[in-house]
Design a protein around this ligand. Structure first.
Ligand code: DO4
Ligand code: MG
Length: 359
């Protein structure tokens, strides 16, 4: 992973060397270097000034090569692995094929997320002759690297009602937070603890009432911009949460309690994301035991408001992922069991599937 500026003879190829591949590598290098630069209070650092000077020039060079059809296209990124190889960054070419971006020097999503004009840049990559893999032949990984995962709660009316019913003790807190200017925000997971597609999500061995929470999740860069959307499962122990609000971290943070993936959809506006349907199905021994659906349009707060609170008095040098709350709550008699399979679909993104295990 390049984490320092490369010298000018490496970054500026000779006239004959302006292949798209070289241009892309240069853009990545600039983005990576900028990401790693600590923020300064007194104005842009040397690297930030470098980026500001060079990026518009580079974007002019690369954007004309982008076919217009890609400009409005919502593209999907992922992390994947073939065999026991290292994680790679992929761009979905169509429903069955992944383009491998690692040959272009792109081996981290985090660096990509720092780019202005990411959609156009990905459009240019779509036109390159990149190595391809069949989606069916790779293992998709959680689309996080060093990002902390946070969550907001009680953003849907359904969630507020469910929490008020589960706890007399805490009911007024949920009632108040739904309408308060400041949202409920809580830490959910370290990136290395996030479960990817196909891997087991956990239910606590000391809990009796365990549920999945299917949620739209924002992928946010270090500047606080939402660069994409993915699917999250905020696994929760409702008996622990309901007993006392102060037990929330235990109800929410434990092994395998956070699943993300498989894709990050980039280029969608808030209005588009709000039109997406969120669905969940839970199967036990191949039989459906619960299904439900909602729309991301039911989220009470604006997306900007949620991100603004997360970034208040806190920096995320690697960006962050933010769950946006659940609008689907299984009936009170329902609890997950080991070996259940949880399937969450969001129409603009894809489907996240995980079996359940006791932890
Ligand atoms: O305070 C409880 C958690 C709320 C939550 O996770 C949600 O609404 O999704
Ligand atoms: Mg939640």
């Amino acid at each position: 992973m390049r984490q320092r500026p490369v010298s000018s003879d490496q970054t500026v190829p000779g006239r004959s060397g302006w292949k798209a591949r070289g241009r892309w590598k240069l853009l990545c290098t600039v983005g990576t270097a900028t990401r790693c630069e600590p923020r300064t209070l007194g104005g842009p650092s040397e690297w930030q000034r470098y980026e500001l000077t060079i990026l518009p020039y580079l974007t002019k060079l690369i954007v004309p090569s982008v076919r217009c059809s890609w400009l409005n296209r919502r593209m999907k990124l992922c992390r994947f692995q073939t065999g026991s190889g290292r994680p790679r960054v992929g761009l979905l070419k169509d429903d069955t094929t992944i383009l491998d971006l690692s040959g272009e020097g792109i081996d981290r999503l985090t660096s990509l997320f720092e780019f202005e004009g990411l959609t156009a840049q990905l459009g240019a990559l779509m036109n390159q002759n990149l190595p391809q893999f069949a989606l069916a032949n790779v293992k998709l990984l959680a689309p996080v690297e060093q990002q902390e995962v946070w969550a907001v709660g009680v953003t849907y009316l359904r969630s507020k009602k469910a929490r008020m019913e589960e706890s007399d003790f805490s009911a007024s807190a949920y009632d108040k937070v739904y309408d308060a200017p400041r949202p409920e925000l809580f830490f959910k997971s370290m990136p290395e603890k996030v479960v990817g597609p196909g891997d087991a999500v956990g239910i606590r061995s000391d809990a009796t009432w365990n549920v999945p929470e299917p949620e739209l999740a924002f992928v946010i860069n270090s500047r606080g911009h939402i660069v994409g959307y993915t699917i999250g499962n905020d696994m929760s122990s409702r008996d622990i949460e309901g007993e006392n609000l102060l037990y929330l971290p235990q109800a929410k943070i434990y092994d395998r309690s956070c699943a993300l993936g498989p894709f990050v959809t980039v280029g969608a506006t808030e209005a588009e994301a709000r039109s997406w349907k969120i669905e969940i199905g839970i199967e036990r021994a191949g039989v459906s035991v619960f299904s439900g659906e909602t729309s991301a349009g039911q989220i009470k707060r604006t997306f900007a408001e949620l991100v603004e609170y997360l970034f208040r008095s806190q920096k995320f040098p690697h960006g962050a992922v933010l769950f946006t709350g659940t609008g689907i709550v299984p009936p009170d008699g329902f609890t997950l069991a080991a070996q259940d399979v949880v399937k969450i679909g969001i129409s603009g993104i894809g489907r996240l599937e995980n079996p359940v295990a006791v932890v």
